[in-house]
Design a protein around this ligand. Structure first.
Ligand code: BEZ
Length: 328
């Protein structure tokens, strides 16, 4: 954060209240994310920056650094903790590596469909989980976004879950998805998003776990024989502000930044709800082998995942209740 005036330097979120008298001042914020420039998250980050600049009468600006320019998510989260980075739009996957309760979002088949995933993310229970972030992770969460539901793209034929056994299958690097594919007997291969295209194209991995937008827009399907529409997990995103940076903001700025960032991450939910099915339809229309499966396809893996994560995440039962309350 480049400060035009010297700000208060808060050491911990617990001290936020002490700094509540901080006065508004012009700031140039830096916001990092791993998605490429045309991605929906990156567009939402840019729209947030533009609206913050306008709402602050030009006092504040946000420079967006897409495509891992500031490092991978683990590195960006560290930068947020030290205050070296101001803001990020980040996978909840990365956050769940530091705060295990968030792993509950990845309960296989928690959401019946994309609309249901949106309702779960907008629930008071989901929003309430964000309260843990300052103390546990050193960041302030402003709200959730998403990147649709997860599917499987394979270089070989897939007709049953047995065909996934032993496959080098790319996953986003986080434990809930690792546990799922381990339960299936695959060989899950953690790999950050920017490395996925080449790895699939050159056969470094046999299959990938991915969302509909990227399967279609980045044309991952071109390097595969089979697309398995499984919708097996939701893939939430969260808008984050460094707790150290937050501590130095005035009440007025916290409200403005919290509201606007929350609004723009939330807007991605509407975008995926509107587009997810169309992307999948377009992939299907290419004539690729396209297999539609449900929970039964995955056999015991779902129950195995539930047994592991009911121990690891205290939020699982609460999110299941939300899912039941908000089902179609
Ligand atoms: C992924 O790791 O698959 C991913 C990360 C960010 C946005 C979308 C997908």
């Amino acid at each position: 954060m480049k400060l035009i005036q010297k700000t208060l330097g808060g050491a911990a979120v617990a001290a936020i209240a002490l700094f509540s008298a901080a006065t508004a001042q012009a700031e140039e914020f830096r916001l990092g994310l791993i998605t490429p420039p045309p991605h929906i998250w990156t567009k939402a980050a840019e729209a947030f920056g533009a609206e913050l600049s306008e709402a602050s009468g030009g006092a504040h600006s946000v420079t967006v650094f897409p495509a891992r320019q500031l490092g991978n998510e683990a590195e960006m989260l560290q930068q947020l903790q030290t205050g070296a980075l101001d803001m990020a739009f980040m996978t909840v996957a990365e956050v769940s590596n530091r705060a295990q309760d968030f792993g509950a979002f990845y309960a296989p088949f928690l959401a019946d469909d994309i609309d249901h995933a949106g309702r779960i993310l907008r629930s008071d229970t989901a929003i309430g989980l964000l309260d843990q972030l300052p103390a546990e992770v050193g960041v302030v969460g402003t709200g959730y976004g998403m990147a649709g539901l997860r599917q499987i793209v394979s270089r070989g034929e897939v007709t049953s879950a047995d065909d996934l056994v032993g496959l080098k299958l790319r996953i986003t690097p986080f434990d809930p998805i690792l546990d799922f594919y381990n339960a299936l007997g695959a060989a899950p291969t953690p790999m950050p998003l920017p490395a996925v295209y080449d790895a699939l194209a050159n056969g470094q991995v046999d299959a990938i776990d991915m969302d509909a937008e990227l399967i279609w827009v980045l044309k991952y399907y071109e390097h595969a024989d089979t697309v398995v529409q499984s919708n097996h997990m939701m893939f939430p995103m969260v808008g984050l502000v460094s707790a150290k940076v937050w501590a130095g903001l005035s009440e007025e700025d916290r409200a403005m930044i919290g509201d606007l960032m929350g609004k723009h991450v939330d807007s991605t939910i509407d975008t995926y709800v509107a587009k997810d099915r169309d992307w999948l339809q377009q992939v299907r229309d290419t004539g690729k082998t396209y297999v539609e499966v449900d929970q039964d396809f995955f056999g015991d893996a779902v129950a195995e995942w539930n047994a592991i994560w009911s121990e690891k995440s205290g939020a699982l039962d609460d999110l299941r209740q939300v899912a039941a309350d908000t089902a179609n």
